[in-house]
Design a protein around this ligand. Structure first.
Ligand code: KG4
Ligand code: ZN
Length: 365
């Protein structure tokens, strides 16, 4: 089955063409400055970019795949979660193509895309991650870790998700981005913070691992972020003001810190954030004895996390699955195409094309 997939959930205009699980083309455009000075995406700018670049990105993807739109069997599009008006741009285009060329339409949950991203194959049919569909064994645990999500699911079958827990406040990627901002990194900060952390001492500061004794499979990353801010203030000898929301907007929170202090802050934060993640995964594995742990979302690009997960899965004899290479970890339309194959297998096509609408807060279950 040949699919043209569109993802405009945030500020990447991404289009992929797939045949079954083979990715024939993946074209992403994210050239405009769609971030404000506080490190957030400006939705109107993202929308403007999608509107302007969707057509050329689609044309380029078709060109790379050496297919024409007539060869395509179905159009797949992310309908949530994401930025409302950004999602809308992709959905409008998908509806237009679906009607004009009489193609089936599939609405895909972006987070299900992240979960299925490891199954992507190159043009020759070789799985990028080394995992093929026959390797997938249930029951499994699926974890999504991105800028907006930290959620854990139990799966006994394809496309069947039971949510076991998740963050009660910030997502783990969001914590990276917020702490990154405090220490003067741009947005998104994940990769830069990880790079800085390599030069730092992970035991320099003793940051909390919230919810350690909560007894459930939930996380919290907001207290950790506040603890980093307090530590910055302490290092700067600024005691008088309590950190509040406004101060997280400061781009100069890291002023007067030495390079060593900044890399130590990065390393100690990363250690606390990753150990916090691991703590609950350990618990979930012992509780559910899954055959596999499948991870998706931008934060799995983090090598320190991968190392920790490899150890955990080695000890617990659980097969670890995550997308390779990096472009499959962060937002991309290929994962939407891959997930769309599973929607199609379950006959989950959109029956009335006009009824497909954006759902910015879409959940998996
Ligand atoms: O999946 P994604 O591209 O977009 C969302 O759906 O949110 O994830 C983006 C998130 C950002 O918060 C970014 O800082 C984080 O993934 N990220 C990382 C790394 N690379 C990206 N976090 C930690 N370490 C990294 N190497
Ligand atoms: Zn994403």
């Amino acid at each position: 089955m040949k699919i043209l997939a569109i993802d405009t959930s945030c500020d990447d205009t991404s289009v992929a063409i797939s045949e079954d699980l083979r990715i024939l083309a993946n074209v992403s455009w994210s050239k405009f400055k769609t971030h404000n000075d506080f490190g957030g995406v400006i939705p109107t700018e993202a929308k403007r970019q999608h509107k302007e670049f969707l057509d050329p990105v689609i044309a380029e993807a078709l060109k790379v795949s050496k297919l024409s739109i007539e060869d395509i069997d179905a159009i797949a599009v992310t309908y949530g979660p994401g930025l409302a008006i950004a999602l809308e741009a992709g959905i409008e285009k998908a509806k237009e193509l679906s009607k004009k060329y009489n193609k089936k339409l599939i609405g895909v949950n972006h987070m299900i895309g992240h979960i299925y991203s490891s199954l992507a194959q190159d043009e020759s049919g070789k799985s990028y991650s080394g995992i093929s569909i026959s390797d997938i064994k249930f029951p499994l645990l699926a974890l999504t870790i991105s800028g907006g999500h930290t959620d854990l699911y139990f799966m006994e079958n394809h496309m069947e998700f039971k949510r076991l827990g998740g963050t009660i406040d910030d997502a783990v990627g969001e914590a990276y981005d917020k702490v990154g901002r405090m220490i003067g990194l741009g947005f998104p900060a994940g990769y830069k913070l990880e790079t800085l952390a390599k030069d730092g001492d992970l035991n320099a500061y003793d940051f909390p691992r919230p919810m350690a004794n909560s007894g459930d499979l939930n996380w919290s990353f907001s207290g950790l972020k506040t603890a980093v801010l307090y530590q910055i203030k302490k290092l700067q000898n600024v005691y008088e003001s309590k950190p509040d929301k406004k101060e997280f907007r400061m781009n100069d929170a890291s002023m007067n810190l030495s390079e060593k202090e900044i890399s130590d802050l990065a390393a100690s934060f990363q250690e606390a954030a990753l150990e916090s993640l691991l703590m609950k995964l350990r618990k979930a594995i012992s509780q559910y004895s899954p055959k596999m742990l499948v991870i998706g979302g931008g934060v799995i690009a983090n090598q320190a996390l991968r190392n920790k997960l490899e150890k955990l899965c080695d000890i617990s004899k659980t097969k670890l699955v995550y997308p390779i290479p990096m472009w499959l970890c962060t937002d991309n339309a290929s994962m939407i195409a891959i997930a769309a194959n599973f929607y199609a297998k379950n006959n989950l096509y959109i029956k009335d094309i006009d009824s497909l609408d954006r759902i910015p807060g879409l959940e998996i279950s």
